[in-house]
Design a protein around this ligand. Sequence first.
Ligand SMILES: [Zn+2]
Length: 271
Amino acid sequence: MELTYLGTNTLLLTKSGASLLIDPHFTRPSLLSLLGKIQPDPIAVEAGLASIARLDAVLFTHTHYDHALDAAEVLHQAGGRCFGSKSGANLIRGYPLDDSFLVPITPGAKYSIDAFQIRFHPSRHITFPPPFGWMLPKTGQISQLLQPPAWFWEYQCGTVYAIQVDSILVFGSAGFEPGAYQDVDVACVVMGIGGLDLMPTAYLDRLYQQTVLATGAKRVYLSHWDNFFRPRCEDARPHTLSRRSFDRLKRLGMRYGQTVSLLKIGETITI
Ligand SMILES: [Zn+2]
């Protein structure tokens, strides 16, 4: 399986000609544009999909706008099915796309998508302190059909999942469900570290224990480290709230015997 990081928590996974996109975010609205309503940019989405010959599915870790804004436009342009929470379904239906795109999921159940084996494990979103927590609360559902343009805060978090694809476990936000991954056996953890600098060291230790050490993963890849308000992901800069976390997690990797690396934008790695 190959993994290509495309900025924010956008992960392209390919295997035997099949592809999955996790949390596609190509539109990348600027911070200023969040003062108004936002919507997917079809041209940015088309450019983001340019290298994908065939898309089989879009998967959500949660439905904040930086993970879910573009999902329906991606399906509209590339086809495939959407695996996600009820909030995710309300985004897809509201766009509007019909139910043939949707696969409702049950936590813990196994799904085969072409050559991939998928499981959705319960997870949680990182808790941001105020004022960030007011803007992007870690709970809340999209309870009605959501049609863009919409306010960014209408993209409520929805149910949060850690997504297992074969031997990778992907956390879109640096949160966890305590004790939920003891029986999950994976080679790699992908961890979205957006906002993790706001958390105390004790939280990082617990996060690492509960996700990396609990699963026995030997490789840890960090995503969601870039400033996703910059419109071109090629010009990515580290987000000010993610800078220190890389070094702190790397030290934990050295202590416990894992390699911890930042995913580089556009780089493909073989898992
Ligand atoms: Zn989020």
